[in-house]
Design a protein around this ligand. Structure first.
Ligand code: ATP
Ligand code: MG
Length: 276
């Protein structure tokens, strides 16, 4: 069992895209096993992009009941209740498999107030940890998508996680942002969660033609070579799959660049976790 948080305080770097495709890839991997367990995808971002994509995408209406639920995950987290089975639903991804990634019923308005209400609780940083404790062994992997922030919500995720995955868009400022996140991880490790491991850094939305991107990749290799995971190229197919509410594995042909990039990443993650 691994709990993997995707974290970067910078917006638009591919956290949600990688979250849904990693969750799908891991679910596909699990579905080939005999005693498989489901994958749970947790959305800590009040934009709810991972939830909406996993429920059919913004052009479908299928996501509406899952993001307006009266019985919802942010409320349960705020009130310190144990996670209840009634909060968990099947998503639609991976589209081509019967065994779907699981999601919490959530509520957009409630998510918007979550950070403020967690701050009022004792042991504010531990609420997600306590919430997941009774259910985590029911899952093979728990993937946590985070908002573009370094605040209370990603902090809860990091305290609850065994691993952190850091997507970065390789541009001039991303190395500075990366150093900030690694400091945040180090701080969590020192104070609350000594077992937290950096699973890797994923250069995301990578454009080979850009000289600047290549320079950043070279620098990343030099400083963080041992942490660097296969990069995800910037490909129209990847954003089209997300818009359509599909995982890349179901939307793109097996031989496409998009399929290969994402499946290389999933394989590398499985390799690092010692799961293959
Ligand atoms: N590899 C890729 N190729 C092409 N487009 C991509 C890729 N990854 C992400 N995108 C697109 O870039 C936009 C931002 O991606 P995404 O939502 O995954 O980023 P994020 O880090 O989760 O953003 P936020 O911080 O706002 O939550 C989306 O429109 C998405 O479809
Ligand atoms: Mg996002």
């Amino acid at each position: 069992m691994a709990i993997i948080s995707l974290v970067n305080r910078k917006g638009g770097v591919g956290k949600s895209t990688i979250s849904i495709n990693l969750a799908s890839g891991l679910a596909i991997h699990e579905s080939r096993k005999k005693n498989s367990k489901p994958v749970l995808l947790i959305d800590m971002d009040d934009q709810l992009s991972a939830t909406i994509t996993a429920m059919g995408g913004g052009f479908s209406e299928e996501f509406v009941p899952v993001i307006t639920s009266d019985n919802n995950y942010p409320q349960a987290l705020e009130n310190g209740y144990g996670a209840s089975e009634s909060l968990i639903v099947d998503s639609l991804i991976p589209r081509k498999r019967d065994q779907k990634v699981k999601l919490f019923r959530t509520n957009k308005a409630r998510m918007e107030g979550l950070e403020a209400s967690l701050k009022m609780r004792d042991e504010a940083d531990f609420q997600l940890t306590y919430f997941l404790e009774p259910i985590q062994e029911d899952y093979s992997y728990i993937i946590i998508d985070n908002p573009p922030s370094a605040g209370m919500l990603p902090m809860n995720s990091l305290v609850a996680s065994s691993h952190v995955l850091i997507p970065i868009e390789p541009d001039g400022l991303s190395l500075i942002g990366l150093a900030d996140i690694l400091r945040m991880v180090e701080n969590v490790r020192r104070t609350t969660n000594p077992d937290l491991e950096v699973l890797g850094i994923v250069p995301s939305r990578f454009r080979m033609v850009r000289r600047q991107s290549q320079d950043v990749i070279e620098e990343l290799e030099r400083i963080y070579g041992h942490l660097l995971l296969p990069y995800i190229k910037d490909l129209a197919d990847i954003s089209a799959a997300t818009t359509a509410g599909y995982d890349v594995f179901s939307y793109c042909p097996e031989k496409s660049q998009a399929f290969r990039c994402v499946s290389n990443l999933v394989d590398a993650v499985l390799g690092k976790l010692g799961a293959v």
